[in-house]
Design a protein around this ligand. Structure first.
Ligand SMILES: [Zn+2]
Length: 173
């Protein structure tokens, strides 16, 4: 199973028409390879189904798992569930070209295999929310106050020092 970790390559050469399925897994090293150090931990299963027709390959990717990033508000670990289902058409041409359509990949017909890592990376990144924060009230209050999380309470008092946030916290007890 080791070779299926963080390597998402499927064979295309000489594939007879029909359906094929492949299973892969990605972890945090996968994201690091793309220069993304925001992902502290990851464990996602990637299930690829490929259906070969005479002229193209229809690929569906189902990705499920979890990634852990730093919460934008309290800097503690935030688990983001990943649940992605995307389709991709692979077309074969005399030479590889860029496709304007994200859902179409054009590869050189002499290729023997295709690498889907970039697609899987993009799918997972797109599945993550822009604002990576815990649900309201789920942040670590100590951390929030220490880093000046007074933007949270928004009482507009203008007294936004970390100390005042801590004072607020203590007075609430
Ligand atoms: Zn948080």
């Amino acid at each position: 199973m080791e070779e299926n970790l963080n390597s998402i390559i499927i064979p295309v050469k000489g594939l007879a028409p029909g359906k094929y399925s492949y299973n892969f897994e990605v972890n945090e090293a996968f994201f690091l390879d793309f220069g993304n150090s925001q992902i502290k931990k990851a464990h996602c299963k990637v299930m690829i189904e490929a259906e070969k027709n005479s002229t193209y390959l229809a690929i569906s990717s189902v990705i499920s798992g979890v990634v852990v990033v730093e919460c934008d508000r309290c800097l503690e670990d935030l688990e983001i569930p990943i649940d992605v289902n995307r389709s991709l058409s692979v077309k074969f041409a005399k030479e590889a070209e860029e496709s304007d359509d994200d859902d179409i990949m054009i590869v050189d017909e002499i290729e023997t295999e295709i690498d889907l890592r970039q697609f899987v990376y993009d799918y997972i990144c797109l599945a993550m929310p822009l604002q990576k924060v815990h649900e309201e009230g789920k942040c670590n209050p100590e951390m929030v106050s220490r880093i000046g999380g007074s933007q949270l309470d928004g009482d507009g008092s203008g007294d936004n020092t970390p100390f005042s946030a801590l004072k607020d916290l203590l007075s609430k007890k």
